[in-house]
Design a binder for this molecule. Structure first.
Ligand code: GUN
Ligand code: ZN
Length: 338
């Protein structure tokens, strides 16, 4: 039990490291692909074969599913998913941010995540919308921190529980959150509620929020950027000290007919050729990819390939001491990012 993180080499605030969860290890920076059990475009087994050491799935979906709940409890997630790497589970906080409520409490979701043998559990934090005023943000942060403290009390200081950092767009609240999460003893700290910032290209706010949290989080904590996203911003996020990304983008973009590149994404209809060396792109023309019956799956495989190649590129840049050059290059892909 327990989560440990070790930084092995660094450039700017980015690092190559090793995350240890129980007996399993994950090389960082790392991408945790999001697995939706209801629409597995790429199976966890295939992900493992692509070198994926950790994935993330949503415990709330399993807890509410007639089809999966009992199986998850009796077999455990690793057997159910057919994946023996690190499985992190999210709590239902995302559903909370979309639907405004969930039918589960903080200790219920954590007990459920424990019972389905998840390797990393996430409490029911509140992802405060960037549009919320200071008073609401402060109140929601207090609830999140109370739940993190409850998690430590009920499950013990060694339980593999993540400590999400909230605080909306207020720098001082993010700093407070980072300080308190560190004080509670969390060594695995996702930075939360940044998805709406990324979706609306508010990169200036994203940077200020991540930097504020990093100022007060322990330098030895493993930092996960919750819900990121598009590979074009991984280099920047790594340079700020983020170690893990989780992404449903490869699958969501595929469903929407979009083809990822490190500079941005294309609609599959816009592509004259496939500017990539992955197995899908080398064995199809743009026209064949558009009309393939398994187009969604092929796009998902390509999108994953691009995303994983970018992580490898970032690791190499850290080893070479050229992360800044890579950030500069990537940020030219979008005017707001620049
Ligand atoms: N997924 C994307 N953002 C968040 C967040 O802030 N909290 C949780 N628990 N999951 C997320
Ligand atoms: Zn490709």
């Amino acid at each position: 039990m327990g989560i440990a993180f070790e930084s092995l080499s660094s450039d700017i605030a980015g690092r190559c490291g090793r995350l240890t969860v129980g007996k399993k290890t994950v090389r960082t920076p790392a991408l945790l692909p999001v697995i939706n059990p209801h629409l597995p475009l790429v199976t966890p087994k295939e992900l493992q074969a692509m070198g994926i050491e950790a994935l993330i799935t949503n415990a709330y979906i399993f807890s509410q599913s007639k089809q999966f709940r009992e199986r998850a409890l009796s077999e455990g997630l690793h057997r159910l998913l057919d994946f023996d790497g690190v499985v992190m589970t999210d709590s239902g906080s995302f559903q909370l941010s979309v639907y405004g409520q969930v039918s589960i409490t903080n200790t219920e979701t954590l007990s459920f995540q424990r019972d389905i043998q998840s390797d990393i559990w996430v409490p029911l934090d509140i992802p405060t919308s960037p549009g919320s005023d200071r008073k609401t943000t402060e109140e929601e942060l207090a609830v999140t921190l109370q739940r993190l403290s409850e998690a430590k009390e009920v499950f013990g200081s060694d339980a593999p529980i993540a400590g999400p950092v909230q605080g909306g767009i207020f720098e001082d609240l993010r700093e407070r959150a980072g300080r308190e999460v560190t004080g509670l003893g969390f060594s695995f700290c996702p930075i939360g509620a940044v998805v709406p910032l990324m979706e609306s290209y508010r990169y200036r706010d994203l940077v200020s929020v991540v930097m504020a949290a990093k100022r007060t989080l322990s330098p030895s904590a493993c930092i996960h950027l919750f819900g990121a996203g598009h590979p074009s911003m991984f280099a920047l996020a790594t340079a700020m000290g983020c170690d893990l990304f989780d992404s449903a983008a490869y699958a969501l973009y595929a469903k929407d007919g979009r083809y990822l590149t490190v500079h941005g994404s294309y609609r599959i209809n816009e592509l004259a050729d496939l500017p990539c060396a992955c197995a899908v792109c080398r064995s199809h023309t743009a026209e064949e990819l558009r009309s393939a019956p398994d187009r969604e799956r092929l796009l998902a495989l390509h999108n994953l390939h691009v995303t994983l190649a970018e992580i490898a590129r970032i690791r190499q840049a850290i080893a070479d001491g050229t992360l800044w050059e890579l950030v500069d290059e990537r940020c030219r892909g979008h005017p707001q990012l620049l």
